[in-house]
Structure formats: structure tokens, C-alpha cells
Ligand binder design. Structure first.
Ligand code: NAP
Length: 222
């Protein structure tokens, strides 16, 4: 499977690329500037020890990848995704974007905004909102955060969980896309915890799942 990351040159995008690449998964790293993407891809290949990352323009990423992660900032994601509706058709789109500062729960999350932009045949799920770039980048440590996956289609959520497992992380199906606003609001709590304890990578883990296989379903992307 080929994973594309829009805004992949940023902190979160690079962290995600490293996790997938270090498991040997092919990653297409997107940017508005292909030369910048190529430069950062090369750096990540050296860091991961795999030649799994290729840098290119966001449009090419959306067109070539089997599944796409949006790690674009909320300030530019609507405009960028408006221009990629065709390329994203029939694909899984995992949205990591958080509206910052998070809105109150009655306002739409970034993932819900994306759902309104893309075509009906693009399956949108939200994931990674609570997983810090710092945890993802520290390849010498396992990420013990769970990746909460929200979406309205069970199959899309399960596909995302499977792809997340391919990055060495545990994805947990956590409800419909509309609940992403709750998760965005939680990022505010995590930032307070970071401040209180002088850390930068507070995250979430769901207990009680010890005997459950998260995402052991067959995926048509694998
Ligand atoms: N950082 C974290 O720990 C973390 C954790 C969870 C979720 N998130 C969420 O993930 C998203 C990305 O976070 P980040 O920290 O990686 O952000 P970032 O480093 O500020 O930005 C990501 C990339 O987006 C591109 N970009 C910037 N402005 C843009 C615009 N107006 N239009 C299109 N592309 C633009 C840039 O790439 P090019 O210049 O190469 O195009 C940039 O490298 C945010 O919504 C954030 O809330 C972040």
C-alpha cells in the first residue's frame, strides 16, 4: 500500500512518514513545493534507514497514493483540499488536522469541514489528533498513545486502523466523524498537561482493550 501525506513536510507529517517508512511502507510526502518535499524525504530516508519516502507536490500525492493523510494546518486545508477533490475520489482520506484553538463542541471539527469539501466517494476519517509529532519522531521509542479513529463508515474506520497498525501504532475505533470535535477539544487538555509537567508529548491510551484485536479485519487496500 502507498500512503500519501498532504502537508507532509510539517512536524506531524514528518513524524507519520517516519513511522510508516520505518516499517517499510511506501510513503509519498506532499508539499506545495516539490523541491522542499524531495529534500525532506531524503532526510527522512536517512533517519529511518529505509528508502521508503518520496517527496512530491500535494496534487501528485493525492493522485498517486492508495490512501491519503491530511496533515495540513487548519488555516490552509480547505483551500488545498478544494483543489484535490478529483484526485481524492474513491480513496480513504485520514484527517489529522485540528482547528486551533479547538472550537467548542457545537462547532464543526476540521475533519467534518473536509467531509463537506470532498466527493461522496471519498471516505473521510479523523485520526492522530491527539498523537504528538514528538512521539512519532522518536523512533527509538514505541508510541504508547492510542490513535483514536472516527468516521461514519465502519469499513473506512477499519481500513484506517489497519493502516495505522502498519505504522506500528494501535488504532481504536472511537465513533462517528461528528465526535471529532470532542477529540479536538481534548487536545487542549493535553496541552495543559504538557504545560503542567514540562513535557511536550502527552497523549491518550484507552484501557480495557487488552484482549481485543484492534483492526484485524481484511482490508482491500492491503
Ligand atoms: N504538531 C503536532 O504535534 C500535531 C499533533 C496532532 C495533530 N496536529 C495537527 O496536524 C496539522 C499539521 O500540524 P503540523 O504541526 O505538522 O503543522 P505545520 O508544521 O505548521 O504545517 C504542516 C505543513 O503544511 C503546509 N502548509 C502550511 N501552510 C499551508 C497552507 N496555507 N496551505 C497549504 N499547505 C500549508 C506546509 O508545507 P509546505 O510549505 O511544504 O507546503 C507545512 O510544512 C495541524 O492541524 C495540527 O493541529 C499536529
Amino acid at each position: 500500500v502507498r500512503i500519501g501525506i498532504l502537508g507532509g513536510t510539517g512536524k506531524e507529517g514528518q513524524g507519520l512518514a517516519l513511522r510508516w517508512a520505518s516499517q517499510g511502507v511506501e510513503v509519498l510526502l506532499g508539499s506545495r513545493d516539490p523541491a522542499k518535499a524531495e529534500r525532506i524525504a531524503e532526510k527522512l530516508n536517512i533517519e529511518s534507514g529505509w528508502k521508503a519516502v518520496r517527496g512530491m507536490e500535494n496534487r501528485e500525492v493525492a493522485a498517486e497514493a492508495d490512501a491519503v493523510v491530511s496533515a495540513l494546518p487548519a488555516s490552509g486545508h480547505r483551500e488545498a483540499l478544494n483543489g484535490l477533490v478529483e484526485e481524492l475520489r474513491d480513496k480513504l482520506l485520514i484527517v489529522a488536522t485540528v482547528v486551533w484553538p479547538p472550537r467548542l463542541a457545537e462547532r464543526p471539527s476540521a475533519a467534518e469541514e473536509v467531509q463537506d469539501i470532498v466527493s461522496d466517494t471519498t471516505q473521510v476519517v479523523a485520526a492522530f489528533q491527539t498523537v504528538s509529532a514528538l512521539s512519532l519522531r522518536a523512533l527509538d521509542k514505541e508510541v504508547d498513545d492510542d490513535v483514536l479513529v472516527l468516521g461514519d463508515c465502519t469499513e473506512a474506520r477499519q481500513l484506517a486502523v489497519n493502516l495505522i497498525r502498519r505504522a506500528g501504532l494501535r488504532g481504536v475505533e472511537a465513533g462517528p466523524l461528528g465526535h471529532t470535535r470532542i477529540i479536538e477539544a481534548m487536545t487542549r487538555v493535553l496541552i495543559e498537561v504538557n504545560k503542567n509537567y514540562g513535557i511536550r508529548s502527552a497523549g491518550l491510551r484507552i484501557t480495557g482493550l487488552e484482549n481485543k484485536d484492534c483492526g484485524e479485519t481484511d482490508s482491500c487496500l492491503e
